[in-house]
Ligand binder design. Structure first.
Ligand code: SAH
Length: 184
């Protein structure tokens, strides 16, 4: 079966993760990505602005016996206050959390700030997956802002790729992948 963008977002990061690596889940939500990263990395820093996300994620981690995660109730735009070590892999799932408060959505400004900070903090060879959900109000603006930003990254320093369904109805989420090639 052809890989869905969400599957590739994980496979792309799994290729570079090991038990020495630091990983970031910039949008914790229900903790699905947090748990995935925690199984492969040394430490995961996971961010969300909703208390509900931290609770759901903690429950998932406890069930799976994963203890190597720092759950942070703060916006990903402040991640440099918490993550000072070089980052091997990071992931974003943009938009809102379907099971929670749909008015709490990621926003272009803060998303871009966080992406910039993560790219600055990535190790050479480190990778970032961004799952772009854009069917909601304001989603288009965020999608465009992220694509414009990523397209401008200097190619000596970063490789950037797009993986997107072409014949699916509605606004299926798609994946932007970035790898750091060289320090800026
Ligand atoms: N759209 C995806 C899920 C996205 S969840 C899907 O359908 O599967 C996005 C998460 O980002 C939400 O839990 C939301 O609370 C969180 N979020 C919103 N703004 C944030 C910010 N500035 N920093 C960190 N997390 C944020």
């Amino acid at each position: 079966m052809i890989k869905r963008p969400i599957d590739l977002s994980h496979d792309f990061l799994a290729e570079v993760l090991d038990k020495d690596s630091i990983a970031v889940d910039a949008t914790m939500g229900n903790g699905y990505d947090t748990a995935f990263l925690a199984a492969l990395a040394k430490t995961v820093y996971a961010f969300d602005v909703q208390e509900q996300a931290l609770q759901n994620t903690q429950k998932r981690l406890t069930q799976l016996n994963l203890t190597n995660v720092k759950l942070i109730l703060d916006g990903h735009e402040n991640l440099d206050r918490y993550v000072t070590k070089p980052i091997r892999a990071a992931i974003f799932n943009l938009g809102y959390l379907p099971s929670a408060d749909k008015s709490v959505i990621t926003k272009p400004d803060t998303t871009l700030q966080a992406i910039e900070k993560i790219l600055a903090g990535l190790e050479v060879g480190g990778r970032l997956s961004i799952m772009i959900y854009y069917g909601h109000e304001g989603g288009d603006r965020e999608k465009d802002a992220v694509l414009e930003f990523v397209k401008e990254l200097p190619q000596e320093n970063f490789a950037a790729m797009l993986y997107q369904p072409l014949n699916q109805i509605n606004t299926p989420p798609f994946l932007v992948m970035v790898e750091k090639l060289k320090e800026q």
